[in-house]
Design a binder for this molecule. Structure first.
Ligand code: SAM
Ligand code: SF4
Length: 456
């Protein structure tokens, strides 16, 4: 570090955190923010004020990783600009790009001071202290210790930013779908202990959180032990968490079809607190492609599973992920995806062009689909998915439902909440406050949001 520059006092340092990717990264960014706060860093939304810029990155598709490098290029100029004003800026890269690329980031981005993986971010303050001495730090080893034991715990009475919070229960994946980097960047599957999860859920409830979304790359593979030593799966955990006072709504994501078990379906049948919404990616509708992807189920098995889930909870809304243009996908295979979508009628979905990821088996396959073909299929798939999403939204008009109010709306007096099916609902707030569960009748629907009036 330059000797002419001044560093702010330890308790006046500011951190700007930029998060890419999935909800698990959102959760991790919050935990890193807390670890840094305990070390004297205040959060800032103004990047020019930041003494530390931290990127929490995603490696799932090539575009996501390239975004990180182009952001790092911009931050390089910013760092130089601040240096002219006598202010140091440290730059850290966390998350899955950090894990996958490690030293390569230091080579491609000479202004990066710290690279830290998803399993070691509890050591971030220590890495930053080292980096202050001028050493560039890469810490991407899978830690022996459990990071959650080393992260600060939220105190009672500290208001969380949101009435709805994420809670990571499971990380990593052993499924090795042939397109996916997760098993390499997040490591093999681990479940957090029941006690850690229940303690965290209680702390969230004590701090005003009313809805918890349990997170995991493969959340329904979670397994643990009850207090009396019984083997628990996610269904048992959900039954247990539903007993916590103050928690009114539970959700979980992302699930793998292979891990949807009877107990979890019972939870959907019996627990009003478990919201009627299930993100259950299928990726493709052709058995040939599903096999090549190593998804370990057929389209028919997936459809039969949904039938059972719908029998348990008839109003459940399905959500999914799709990849078009996996190597070897023909027009006929793609038509099978459209046919599956037509049968399921997803309330919401994410769809992507296949992006070959270095080190995954899919990237080694011949018969890669041309970009133009992928783009065309994606457009056709998305047209169908959007149509179904709108139809689902319109089917809510006239229904009465509970809305959990989460934030102010764009216009004065408006509040925005979530329907049980995860849709945004705009209402005139009146006396209601953020955090209230209010009864609403839906009056209008668009693809991405609903409008309603309070009826109680
Ligand atoms: N574990 C989840 C599952 O089994 O479906 C998904 C995890 S992944 C973070 C989220 C989504 O990204 C996947 O469901 C898939 O649709 C998409 N995805 C993953 N790898 C991809 C790739 N190489 N190209 C395009 N999309 C990809
Ligand atoms: Fe990736 Fe999900 Fe497959 Fe695991 S189950 S390899 S996270 S797509």
């Amino acid at each position: 570090m330059s000797e002419q520059t001044t560093l702010p006092a330890d308790n006046q340092r500011k951190v700007f955190i930029k998060t890419y990717g999935c909800q698990m990264n959102v959760y991790d960014s919050e935990r890193m923010g807390e670890a840094l706060a305990a070390d004297g860093y205040q959060p800032t939304e103004v990047i020019e004020d930041a003494d530390l810029i931290l990127l929490n990155t995603c490696h799932i598709r090539e575009k996501a990783a390239e975004k990180v490098y182009s952001a790092l290029g911009r931050y390089r100029d910013l760092k130089a600009e601040r240096l002219k004003q006598g202010r140091e800026t440290m730059i850290g890269v966390a998350g899955c790009v950090a894990q996958a690329e490690g030293e390569e980031i230091l080579r491609r981005a000479p202004d990066v001071d710290v690279v830290i993986g998803p399993q070691t971010y509890h050591r971030l303050p220590e890495a930053l202290r080292k980096a202050k001495t001028g050493e560039r730090v890469v810490d991407t080893e899978y830690a022996v210790e459990d990071k959650f034991d080393y992260l600060p715990k939220k105190e009672r009475g500290v208001r969380p930013k949101n009435v709805s919070a994420f809670l990571t229960v499971q990380e990593g994946c052993d499924k090795f779908c042939t397109f996916c980097v997760v098993p390499y960047t997040r490591g093999s599957e681990i479940s957090r202990s029941t006690k850690q999860i229940v303690d965290e859920a209680r702390r969230l409830a004590e701090n005003g959180v009313r809805e918890i979304t349990l997170l995991g790359q493969n959340v329904n593979a979670w397994h643990g032990e009850s207090a009396d030593g019984a083997d628990w799966g996610l269904g048992d955990l959900v039954f247990h968490l539903a007993e916590i006072d103050g928690i009114e709504r539970l959700r979980y994501t992302t699930s793998h079809p292979r891990d949807m078990d009877e107990r979890l379906m019972q939870a959907h049948r019996d627990l009003p607190k478990l919201m009627p919404y299930l993100h259950l990616p299928v990726q493709a509708g052709s058995d040939k492609i599903l096999k090549a992807m190593n998804r370990r189920h057929t389209a028919e098995e997936y459809l039969a599973l949904i039938e059972r889930i719908r029998a348990a909870r008839p109003d459940i809304a399905m959500s999914g992920d799709f990849i078009v243009g996996f190597p070897g996908e023909t027009e006929e295979d793609f038509q099978a995806t459209l046919a599956l979508v037509e049968k399921v009628r997803y309330a919401q979905a994410f769809s992507f062009k296949y992006s070959p990821r270095p080190g995954t088996p899919g990237a080694e396959l011949g018969d890669q689909v041309p970009e133009a073909e992928k783009a065309d299929r994606l457009q056709r798939l998305q047209a169908m998915l959007t149509r179904h999403q709108l139809e689902f939204a319109q089917s809510r008009v006239g229904l009465e439902m509970d809305i959990l109010l989460e934030k102010p709306g764009r216009n004065s007096g408006q509040l925005i909440g979530r329907s049980p099916w995860l849709q945004s609902v705009v209402i005139d707030g009146g006396e209601a406050e953020i955090g209230d569960l209010v009864r609403v009748r839906i009056t209008d629907a668009a693809t991405n949001s609903l409008a309603g009036v309070r009826i109680a």
